[in-house]
Design a protein around this ligand. Structure first.
Ligand SMILES: [Zn+2]
Length: 135
């Protein structure tokens, strides 16, 4: 008998939370292979990832290198997910604070990262831009 079955709890690596967390088994591939799981933390359903296998990979240099170079899109997704409040429309006359959610006509939604001189560094989905503000 397998200890796994749909509806049972299992620890899986969550692709969204980037952590090993409690998941509920949604479907089984076969009697002993978990198919899909539902994250109890972020409520997304994804393919089961054995956390012990993931730990092995983390030790490798490949994963470590990848962590340092989190892509702009990944950073953006993470920050958009955390951002609260309503997006402000970007204008050159606007005054933006670090952490503000902004909406740019051309680049779309972004999050203010830092003030650099009279500019703001804004993280957009595909690139980080320095834009003038407070004019
Ligand atoms: Zn999750």
């Amino acid at each position: 008998m397998s200890k796994y079955a749909a509806g049972k709890e299992v620890v899986s690596y969550c692709t969204k939370c980037k952590l090993s967390l409690g998941h509920t088994i949604v479907s089984m591939k076969d009697a002993s292979t978990i198919g899909k799981v539902h994250c109890n933390t972020c409520k997304t359903t994804h393919v089961f990832k054995d956390p012990s296998q993931n730990t092995k990979k983390v030790k490798g240099t490949k994963t470590r290198a990848r962590k340092k170079t989190l892509s702009v899109a990944e950073l953006w997704t993470e920050q958009i997910g955390k951002a609260e409040g309503k997006a402000k429309d970007y204008t050159i006359r606007g005054n933006f604070d670090v952490g503000d959610l902004i909406n740019h006509k051309k680049f779309g939604p972004g999050i203010v990262q830092a003030h650099i001189d009279d500019k703001v560094e804004i993280l957009f989905q595909h690139e980080i831009k320095l834009l003038v503000h407070n004019k």
